[in-house]
Design a protein around this ligand. Structure first.
Ligand code: NAD
Length: 303
């Protein structure tokens, strides 16, 4: 397959002044896209602002012949970010929700402010920018959105209740939008990256940092957000250091019990309920569970 280009496509990337978002912006700027480089330039904990990071990325893209504009709005003001892209470039094709902060603390030490600002920046921020982008993508019958989650959101990480909750929320939001957008050719996927940035520099040794260059995350963004992707929607992709995989839910074979359910029956079947070595399933919607309920009710009727 030849390399993908994004000529005349307008790409909005939040938090693109540093870290992973910067690599994404430089990539899209190098393959023909018009890039809105959003970044409010805040500290890792969300305090302060600084326009220079977005400016520097825009300058780099332009110095290589690309097209880009800087935007310094917080992702809490998604309407301003999208309005800026439309004013500057007249359309919007791809949205990468990437901006983020950390306030890591164990729950006992977490303050209301630590909770709120992390939930707001990641989850509300992703919602806010997407909400503003959505009608434009819906009306033009084209949109590609990638939202950023984290291993914390999928698996939980000590000291990250706020961050993990926000990142898990982003998964639910994206899977729902994948269902809502499908008929309008708006495809929404989740990226679960690990890449060298200020977020990882304090927890990863230098040799690992050099192996997780965020530039190696851009090929999957290209594949997911290119117009040639007509199929891959509602995926959760774990990517780092050249490793790429898709994650999905797994349901154990489980048991269907007689009604009313007795505690002793749950106890008797506990091993089976927890057993992933039986006929596992990979549910993708609520209907899957309703089918199980229906099957059990039919079984009981025939008794
Ligand atoms: P980073 O701190 O290097 O970059 C994040 C950028 O977002 C910063 O430049 C910051 O100024 C900007 N930002 C923060 N709040 C903003 C706001 N309200 N409005 C606009 N911009 C804002 O972090 P990173 O490692 O590049 O992380 C990028 C994304 O990837 C984040 O969502 C993060 O949670 C996620 N992530 C990163 C890793 C990793 O290994 N680095 C792992 C899992 C998830």
């Amino acid at each position: 397959m030849s390399d993908l280009r994004f000529d005349n496509k307008v790409v909005v990337i939040t938090g693109a002044g540093r870290g992973l978002g910067k690599a994404y912006a430089l990539f899209y700027g190098s393959v023909g896209a018009k890039v809105l480089v959003n970044d409010n330039g805040c500290d890792l904990d969300g305090k302060n602002t600084n326009p220079k990071f977005a400016d520097e990325v825009v300058a780099t893209i332009k110095s290589k012949g690309g097209i880009a504009v800087a935007n310094y709005d917080s992702v809490l003001n998604g309407d301003k970010i999208i309005a800026h892209a439309i004013k500057e470039f007249g359309r919007l094709d791809v949205l990468i929700n990437n901006a983020g902060i950390l306030r890591d603390k164990i729950l006992a030490k977490l303050t209301e402010e630590d909770w709120d600002i992390v939930i707001k920046t990641h989850l509300y921020g992703t919602y806010s920018v997407t909400k503003a982008a959505w009608p434009i993508m819906r009306d033009q019958g084209f949109g590609r959105i990638v939202n950023t989650s984290s291993g914390s959101g999928l698996y939980g990480t000590l000291g990250q209740t706020n961050y993990a909750a926000a990142k898990a929320g982003i998964v639910g939001l994206t899977l729902t939008l994948a269902k809502e957008g499908e008929r309008r050719n708006i495809l929404c996927n989740v990226l679960v990256p690990v890449g060298a940035s200020r977020m990882t520099e304090t927890i990863m040794p230098p040799d690992v940092m050099s192996g997780i260059d965020p530039n190696n995350l851009t090929p999957i963004l290209a594949v997911l957000t290119h117009e040639s992707n007509k199929e891959y929607n509602g995926g959760i992709y774990e990517c780092s250091g050249g490793f790429f995989s898709r994650v999905r839910w797994q349901r154990s074979e489980g048991v269907s019990l007689d009604l009313p359910v007795k505690i002793s029956e749950v106890q008797k079947n506990w091993a089976k309920i927890n057993d992933f070595n039986g006929k596992n399933e990979y549910p993708t919607g609520n209907a899957d569970l309703f089918n199980k309920v229906q099957e059990n009710l039919e079984r009981l009727e025939q008794q």
